[in-house]
Ligand binder design. Sequence first.
Ligand code: SF4
Ligand code: SF4
Length: 188
Amino acid sequence: MEAVDLSASKARYGKTTEQVAARAGVNLKDCYQCGKCSAGCPVAHAMDLMPREVIRLMQLGSWETVLNAQTPWLCASCITCVSRCPQDVNLPALMEEVRRASKAAGNRPANGPDVFNDLFLKGIYTNGRSNELYMMMRYNLFSGNLLQDAPNAPHLLMKGMIGFKVHKVKDREAVRRIIDTCLGGEQL
Ligand code: SF4
Ligand code: SF4
């Protein structure tokens, strides 16, 4: 039987699966497919690939399947899988890098989680924190769901859970430096 060369993943979208994993600080070969991550993932029921399968496909260099999957966009970064993994594989960091690779490849996930992701990060980059009302309004505008959440807005405003004042942290430059460092020179 022919051995699978794990270092020869196809650079289908400019970067190999190993390169993308390395950006997340993940060595794909650390995973031995025990499945504990998938068994504990609270979002697994909605995923089209189990977290374990994402890693397996990346080990095999099956890039296109991973980049077209909804799973990376559904990952809630809750870190349950990391706490259960006997190999300390950082799956949420890997999912984030896969999302970036998927976006760079021109893929658009269903229901606009990429829009939410972009707006959230840009909000943090600009103000150092997210401002829910503006985040909600922009998301509705850019995702094409103009009136989504509108019925809840008056109640949330009255309760003070959202507001028109834009809150900013003092040292926004420090926050930007952190994000820039994480992005490694790439644009948001
Ligand atoms: S828990 Fe860790 S080692 Fe086990 S399948 Fe998931 S990532 Fe791989
Ligand atoms: S971090 Fe993502 S993959 Fe891991 S358990 Fe949470 S939702 Fe699932």
